[in-house]
Write a protein that binds this ligand. Structure first.
Ligand SMILES: Cc1cc2nc3c(=O)[nH]c(=O)nc-3n(C[C@H](O)[C@H](O)[C@H](O)COP(=O)(O)O)c2cc1C
Length: 213
């Protein structure tokens, strides 16, 4: 099976989670794909303090904080593809999602041994803003930056959904997202494209492995 992990960066069960569920539903319709949703809502995640203990001690997870992040590393490390969804806060991702991303400092322990460790994984981005053009593209770029810094391939939604899917919630929580029919169509496109890309890349990686053996 190919596993797609969806992470919701909203502190609420509202527009972003609605959009992410739509993306994961579309992803799950691709044969051979299973999906998992992780929400950062209610999670206590401390800031990375850049102590580099994880790197010095060769760990793939934080050794300083015992918090809700401790349970979130495995779902990330085990996935073949990712869909990160964030509300737009001040034209960027939320503090919750920033803090989650920063806690992956120990990824360096993995990639210094194998820079290609994550290169057979793919990721897509969703941003949900209260206004139509409130910084969704900046928010998508924040998410794509996380993929790029870790060697994960960013998936485009193709025509009109270039960097990822933008949703206009009108600050009306899930109902607002649902009413943005074009946004939700694009969200579903990202979900499907991430799943298809993950299937293709995983199969192709196996072919390369077999031919080089
Ligand atoms: C602190 C804060 C900052 C926000 N900044 C923006 C913004 O820059 N642009 C925008 O369009 N909406 C902004 N919003 C509105 C949210 O993006 C919008 O309500 C979104 O749907 C929230 O997602 P949720 O319903 O999943 O919680 C902001 C909301 C908050 C609480």
């Amino acid at each position: 099976m190919v596993k797609i992990l969806g992470v919701c960066g909203s502190p609420r069960k509202a527009a972003t989670e609605y959009a992410l569920r739509q993306a994961l539903d579309a992803a799950s319709q691709v044969p051979g794909v299973e999906v998992e949703l992780v929400t950062l809502r209610g999670k206590k995640i401390n800031f990375c303090i850049h102590c580099d203990k994880c790197i010095r001690e060769d760990a793939d997870r934080c050794l300083v904080w015992e918090d809700d992040m401790s349970k979130l590393y495995d779902s990330f490390y085990e996935a073949d593809g990712y869909i990160f969804a964030s509300p737009v806060y001040d034209m960027g991702i939320t503090g919750q999602l920033t803090t989650y991303f920063n806690r992956f400092r120990p990824i360096y322990t993995i990639v210094k041994k194998n820079p290609d460790h994550f290169s057979n994984r793919v990721g897509g981005a969703i941003a949900v803003g209260g206004t139509r053009n409130g910084g969704q593209e900046c928010t998508i770029n924040n998410i794509l930056g996380f993929y790029q810094t870790n060697g994960i391939m960013a998936v485009s939604g193709g025509l009109g959904v270039y960097g990822g899917a933008s949703v206009w919630s009108q600050d009306k929580k899930a109902q607002g997202a649902e009413e943005d029919t074009i946004g939700i169509k694009n969200v579903r496109t990202i979900g499907r494209k991430v799943a298809e890309a993950a299937v293709i890349v995983k199969a192709g990686a196996q072919v390369l492995k077999n031919t080089s053996a």
